[in-house]
Write a protein that binds this ligand. Structure first.
Ligand SMILES: *Cc1c(COP(=O)(O)O)cnc(C)c1O
Length: 815
């Protein structure tokens, strides 16, 4: 992008005057962040408009990524880097005595997602734009994103994330493109022109959906795609009549009810929600997005929709937007008078579905009464889809009633969204090789047999622009010095680093960079949390949502074990370690919250015990989010990826660690398998039961956790310390955790996630880590080889896979 320093300076000054009535000396940091962002957006705007013009000029096949979550993080640094103007902007600001880095920290994260699923959507948008593919995101402009996590007395406390408190300089409100979404009411019929029954809904609640656009700036290209987020509002505003009658609360009731739809992100991660408001959110943004696409299509092509599937592919990110399938049927039939067969012919060629989990409790199902009450016409359509589907099924498996029942989209009073997704999509993909295999052979076996050609794998990836170039500038520069530019858009180029893995000067440089990143993290945590970290210790890091299947509990039990051993055995002298955690627990997930309390309790004890000072430290990083992740990955030595095999669909944190030169300590789960396949077994620490072994145990019902306590007295002691007063004088705080592992409670099997079964193997792997770290040259070699072999895990590769197998897009060059 062309950058004129003088012009930028003037734009910035002008903006400060217009927006804040201030000159540069009066502006505070936030004013400056806002003005710099707005001035940068002005520069980007030409490319943004030109990109849209190119896509409109001739019919272009485009992908629309429908996702309830986009975990974007901050925009300023990323957009400037992708537009290749970050250094120039920083330079201009320096001339004006402004420290650019301080401005970046003024930007709140756009935390419109829970974790991996939402961050994947964000990485995909970055890759689509960078690779010059016409692809856009559609989602919800939550007024409050992921909650802000404070740790108070060791407990997680949630505060609202008021990220829009100041205006967001990156969004553009497009009131002219607002659409109406209808809820409730009653289905009615009238005779259409052709004598056909026309369905419509009477007495519905109308909600206005207003789009806000954010630019998705490709790296080193003119392409700027769009993330369009919908905000809900009431078409009538508040009720003046009621207000004049001094009924102030009732006067705004309808307005509030509409606005509540886009008020908050549900803070669940791979757990059930079942809230009617969540279904409202899902229909709200999918209906608005489809109406937007249809209006644009009709404007350009008229009402012959046969060309619609050639020009649109809609990727459904998990089941959250799956109600789009019946909604497109409704629009084509009820609004454009098409018949069922023709409409279904279009719908079945338009949608593709990504499955993100095999955890049974996370598969979305809606009770019929809630669904029908909220979306009466959509429910009718789902019933009809299912009626026709069951006829097909009976034809195919006439005698297999059990299978027909298992696969029915509506069954036992519930609508099964994953079944609707698979039936209504032309592609169904998992997100890592093992995950897709398990879908095909276990969870979705019936479906893979019925529709074998629909199933495919697309192993996740992450964008190296944010997670290496931007987050780890020193390492990025170093890589460029060694192998030149090019890796920014083709991560497989990192292969060329392999030849330096044995070079001791390169090893030293790598370790020095890692060390400075660790110092920077230590400085940050000193300022933000008053924590003292020793950069010479191993930074062993587990950062991800708190969930039992991710097994933070295994990690903390092992820390308790290490602590015991150091105290008991003076000759035991492992290298100094700092265990770092970052994790939010879903607000209603009690056991996850107990694990956070346990981590903090253990941290408090260990960090205040002089006997282990300089040997062992535990740090819980508050409010883990994208902008904090950007500081943590570059500073990590060890990447904890210790989920129960078979449970983590892919993981993407594991990839961010790898490209930043941390070594994986993990199970053979999700994309870990592909990571060690690339990195080489000798460059990772793999332990624990495999998915196959666990499957076998579950078939045989042969798991007995007590056995592991009898076998390992150290483990028995650690477990006992959960309830014997060592960490908690009341003996109560961690009793539930204890019981859930040893006895099984609330109708669950004991130790559902095989923490005790994997403990010994984990402890042994930790010993290997400690041993390996003492040989710094060998460690550096392993780390460099990990980086060199991380090319597969760029989201650019993932996007090319989607484009080739599912989306069939062509690149569009923007001049
Ligand atoms: C990458 C990322 C995740 C996903 O981490 P996993 O280890 O794959 O679960 C979650 N949250 C944030 C902020 C991330 O950047």
């Amino acid at each position: 992008m062309k950058f004129d320093a003088q012009q930028f300076k003037e734009a910035l000054t002008e903006r400060l005057k217009r927006q804040y009535g201030k000159d540069i000396t009066q502006a505070n940091r936030h004013d400056l962040f806002d003005a710099v962002s707005a001035s940068a957006l002005e520069l980007i705007m030409n490319n943004w408009m030109e990109t849209r013009r190119q896509y409109d000029k001739k019919p272009t096949r485009q992908v629309y990524y429908l996702s309830a979550e986009f975990l974007m993080g901050r925009a300023l640094g990323n957009n400037l880097i992708n537009a290749l103007i970050r250094d120039s902007v920083a330079e201009v600001l320096k001339e004006m005595n402004i420290d650019y880095n301080l401005l970046e920290d003024e930007e709140p994260d756009a935390g419109l997602g829970n974790g991996g699923l939402g961050r994947l959507a964000a990485c995909f948008l970055d890759s689509l734009a960078t690779l010059d593919y016409p692809g856009h995101g559609y989602g919800i402009r939550y007024e409050y994103g992921m909650f802000e996590q404070h740790i108070e007395n060791g407990y997680q406390v949630e505060y609202p994330d008021n990220w829009l408190k100041h205006r967001d300089p990156w969004e553009i409100k497009r009131s002219d493109l607002a659409v109406t979404v209808k809820f409730g009411g009653r289905v009615a019929v009238r005779k259409g022109e052709n004598g056909r029954d026309c369905f419509y809904v009477e007495n519905a609640e109308n909600v206005t959906a207003i789009p806000f656009d954010m630019p998705i700036v490709g790296y080193d290209t003119n392409t700027v795609n769009t993330l369009r987020l919908w905000q809900a509002s009431s078409p009538n505003g508040f009720d003046l009549q009621l207000f004049n009658n001094m009924e102030y609360n009732r006067a705004v009731e309808r307005q509030n009810s509409a606005e509540n739809i886009s008020r908050v992100l549900y803070p669940n991660d791979s757990g059930p929600s079942g809230k009617a408001l969540r279904l409202k959110q899902q229909y709200f943004f999918t209906s608005a997005s489809l109406q937007d696409l249809i209006r644009h299509f009709v404007h350009n092509h008229g009402t012959d929709f046969s060309k619609f599937p050639e020009l649109h592919v809609i990727q459904l990110n998990d089941t959250h937007p799956v109600v789009a399938i019946p909604e497109l049927m409704r629009i084509l039939m009820d609004e454009y008078g098409m018949g069922w067969e023709d409409s279904w012919g279009i719908v079945a060629k338009t949608f593709a579905y990504t499955n993100h989990t095999i955890l049974a409790e996370a598969l979305e199902k809606w009770p019929i009464d809630i669904f029908q009450g909220l979306l009466p016409r959509i429910y009718q359509i789902v019933e009809e889809i299912n009626r026709r589907f069951l006829i097909e099924l009976r034809g195919k498996y006439p005698a297999d009633y059990a299978k027909q029942n298992r696969m029915s989209i509506i069954a036992n009073g519930m609508i099964h969204m994953a079944w609707l997704a698979i039936h209504g999509s032309f592609s169904v993909n998992g997100v890592a090789a093992l995950h897709t295999e398990l879908l095909k052979t276990q969870e979705l076996k019936d479906w893979a047999e019925l529709y074998p050609k629909k199933f495919n794998n697309k192993t996740n990836g992450v964008t190296q622009r944010r997670w290496l170039l931007s987050a780890n500038p020193e390492l990025a520069n170093f890589i460029t010095q060694k192998i030149g530019h090019g890796w920014e858009k083709d991560l497989s180029k990192l292969k060329q680093l392999e030849k330096f893995a044995d070079d001791s000067a390169v090893q030293k440089d790598f370790l020095a960079i890692k060390r400075r990143n660790k110092e920077r993290l230590a400085d940050y945590l000193k300022v933000t949390q008053n924590e003292f970290l020793d950069p010479d210790s191993i930074f062993d890091v587990q950062i991800k949502r708190l969930h039992e299947y991710k097994r933070q509990l295994l990690n903390v039990l092992h820390i308790m074990y290490l602590y015991n051993r150091i105290l008991e055995d003076p000759s035991f002298n492992p290298p100094a370690r700092t265990y770092i955690f970052g994790a939010k627990a879903a607000s209603g997930y009690r056991r996850a919250k107990s694990i956070i309390k346990l981590i903090n309790t253990v941290a408090e004890r260990i960090n205040n015990d002089r006997r282990v000072r300089g040997k062992l430290r535990v740090v819980f990083v508050e409010n883990y989010r994208v902008s904090v992740a950007e500081k943590l990955f570059p500073a990590s030595d060890v990447s904890e990826q210790i989920s129960t095999a078979g449970k983590e669909a892919s993981g993407t944190g594991n990839m961010k660690f790898m490209i930043n030169g941390a070594l994986t300590l993990g199970t053979l789960d999700g994309a870990n398998i592909e990571i060690v396949e690339e990195a080489g077994n000798e460059n990772a620490f793999i332990f624990g039961l495999t998915a196959d072994e666990i499957l076998k145990i579950e078939k045989e019902h042969s798991y007995n956790p007590q056995k592991y306590l009898e076998r390992n007295p150290h483990l028995a002691k650690v477990m006992n310390q959960l309830i014997d007063g060592t960490y908690d004088p009341t003996h109560q705080l961690f009793k539930e955790l204890y019981d859930s592992l040893v006895y099984g409670i609330e109708g669950q099997r004991p130790d559902v996630y095989y923490v005790l079964a994997d403990f010994d193997a984990y402890a042994a792997a930790q010993e290997q880590v400690a041993e390996a770290y003492t040989d710094s040259a060998a460690w550096a070699k392993k780390a460099i080889l990990n980086i060199a072999r991380s090319g597969k895990f760029s989201s650019d590769r993932t996007i090319e896979d989607y484009v080739r197998d599912i989306w069939k897009l062509k690149k569009v060059t923007v001049n």
